[in-house]
Design a protein around this ligand. Structure first.
Ligand SMILES: [Zn+2]
Length: 131
């Protein structure tokens, strides 16, 4: 039986379109969750996407990881950013812990979802390079 290449191609394109749509939706959800978390902080803690430094990772082609927290400081009129680390938690007393934990749980779930979808997209792209 001949392989229906045209049918396979159409299915692959549909799956890719669907994945891209889900990534856009996940990114919008993540941005909203990020804005809620950032709104809790009295100081300049912001969440930004970053590279990981691994060769050949998707982030080397612009699909960054995160976002993760940074502390923004101004020194001698210059803006300095300090990476606080993936698992950073605010010091006790800075913000209401219950509200923080609820919003942070939501934010982490959305970040993981967006990261999973992005990993899947880049596996598909790698596979298609081999066609
Ligand atoms: Zn990376």
């Amino acid at each position: 039986m001949p392989i229906d290449l045209e049918g396979e191609r159409k299915r692959a394109v549909r799956a890719l379109d669907n994945l891209l749509w889900r990534i856009q939706e996940a990114e919008r959800d993540l941005e909203r969750a990020q804005a809620r978390v950032e709104g809790l902080f009295p100081m300049r803690v912001v969440w930004k996407k970053k590279t990981c430094g691994k060769n050949g990772c998707r982030c080397t082609r612009g699909a960054l990881h995160g976002p993760y927290p940074y502390l923004i400081e101004h020194r001698d009129g210059k803006k300095v950013e300090h990476y606080l680390g993936k698992g950073w938690s605010p010091p006790e007393g800075m913000i209401a812990p219950e509200r923080y934990h609820a919003l942070m749980r939501e934010f982490r779930e959305k970040r993981e979802r967006a990261e999973r979808l992005m990993d899947r997209l880049y596996r598909v792209v790698e596979m298609m390079r081999g066609w």
